[in-house]
Design a protein around this ligand. Sequence first.
Ligand SMILES: [Zn+2]
Length: 285
Amino acid sequence: MNCFRFPWFLENSPTQIYKKLWVSSAIKDRQVEVRVRFEIISYCPVGLFERLSVQINDLVTRVTEWKDGTLVRTLNDRLLLLQRTKEHNVTYLLLATRVPGRELDQGWADLMPIVNKAAGLLKEWPGVLSYLFVDCGHCFGRLDSQEWSNLSSREIGHFPGEVLYTDRPVHLTCPRTGDDINPALVYPSSPPRKSNPGLLSDVGMLCLAKQLGKEWKSLAIELGFTLAEIQRLQSDNPFSTEDSIFSMLVQWRRRQGASVNVSALAAALTAAGRKDLADSVLEHL
Ligand SMILES: [Zn+2]
């Protein structure tokens, strides 16, 4: 088992295998590159790169390594590059993979666990100043490999690291050229839409019932209940208003069937004078 990485056993410069498999194979296979870059300012923690390199052992097999880089193969047989470069007082930690354009989602799925490991490691040094960027994959196709490798090149558009944890937008433009680009080049596959089953679950309804007071009848009317139905809810639950409210909400949910939605509930809450609850309901969307 490879628990340690001994830099003194490694070649100083990038290996031939790396040059062959990575540098010179970029364009010919019509691949695109997704590349995430940590910029660590002034002081890069000793051993960060080495520890990351070791931590990903369970995710990859090693293809080749040198002092400042590792080329690995993921379980899905994709090449992935970890590289450290230094310019002036900035250390760059690059994590990149290359995929055919239609496999961007899978590329991100391979890369993100490693990005998250790196981010986690960096947190262990709270004093270290680091920034996270996503380089514009569209620019990769526009530049030759030398220019693309030059991280301080002004020809590379980049996005703040937050995009990695934000829902993928429908449209995106390159910050460098203003061209419309495929959002999947920059945003990892969109997380499943939060449908929030919680709020419309029995527990969610009960929680809402507890927060409602005498305005519950207005809410019921807004939700389409008749006065007779409201009286029925009361007489069915003579000892507890909360139970009346809960029954009302559950009935409403049943009536809506598949089209049940939180926005309608929020609108009714607002109309019944409980904008505060409407807001907190919508916050969970
Ligand atoms: Zn671009």
